[in-house]
Design a protein around this ligand. Structure first.
Ligand code: HEC
Length: 223
């Protein structure tokens, strides 16, 4: 009995509170309606409304000081340098250092062969790609895409190995080691003479077999 009465009193109080809250809302925010555009004299149709101003037009009015969140800190030049390692097709970004085919052969066996196989043929069970071979297969029914057959620029090999390999310790190799490993891979691919010492200058001169195998994307939004 007590519970039932209590419930009725409670729900009555809730209803009262709810409706009074609603009431004060409608009192404080008067209803408005958008202005109807003028009719055009020539056609009698309504003139198109001007589009709303985009945030891009008003961004200069934003007060940057109002958006200081009090967390984080500016990146130091050292922190930026540690991740600013991209290498471009023209050789921009290649670091100082050098390496040879012979050095690379040893390093490859130590750091890469476990996944990419001693003969650079890859280990498909591990998902580790075959690195060499496959030239002339790209327009066949079973194309074999490798660094040798497919990649248009050697710069990508430097960049990729530097940032992503060995897969279990990415970023652990220094510039000399990467030049050496690349000299070995490109040497085994028949792209580079085994006697060539790789450094930023000699690396930039490498021409990959598939350099002309790509066409520019003509869609305007990719230009
Ligand atoms: C622990 C296994 C492992 C080790 C060690 C390793 N890789 Fe890889 N590597 C992979 C896997 C897996 C992929 C495929 C990654 C993907 O598709 O995202 C790959 C991809 C690559 C590719 C891209 C191939 C392509 O055609 O897409 C290159 C080049 C490469 N590795 C070079 C190296 C080199 C050089 C080393 C030694 C410094 C190395 N890898 C060590 C597992 C490994």
């Amino acid at each position: 009995m007590f519970t039932r009465e209590f419930c009725i009193i409670l729900s009555a109080a809730l209803v009262a509170g709810h409706s009074s809250a609603q009431q004060s809302d409608t009192e404080e925010v008067p209803r408005t309606s958008a202005e109807v555009p003028e009719r055009l004299p020539e056609t009698g149709e309504r003139a198109p409304e001007s589009p709303p101003q985009s945030s891009a037009q008003t961004i200069e009015n934003i007060d940057a000081d109002a958006f200081v969140f009090g967390v984080g800190q500016p990146a130091t030049p050292e922190e930026i340098a540690a991740i600013d390692i991209d290498v471009m097709p023209d050789g921009t970004g290649l670091p100082e250092g050098s390496g040879t085919f012979a050095e690379g052969e040893q390093l490859y066996q130590e750091y890469c062969a476990a996944c990419h196989a001693e003969d650079l043929g890859g280990i498909s069970d591990l998902g580790a790609a075959r690195l060499i071979g496959g030239r002339g297969t790209l327009d066949s029914d079973s194309p074999v895409k490798t660094v040798e057959s497919y990649w248009p620029y050697a710069s990508t090999l430097f960049d990729y190995v530097h940032r992503a390999m060995p897969m279990d310790a990415p970023g652990s190799l220094d510039a000399d080691e990467i030049y050496a490993i690349n000299a070995y891979i490109l040497g085994r691919a028949g792209i580079l003479d085994e006697d060539t010492e790789l450094n930023a200058e000699t690396y930039s001169e490498i021409v990959m077999p598939n350099v002309d195998g790509f066409v520019p994307d003509p869609r305007p939004d990719t230009q």
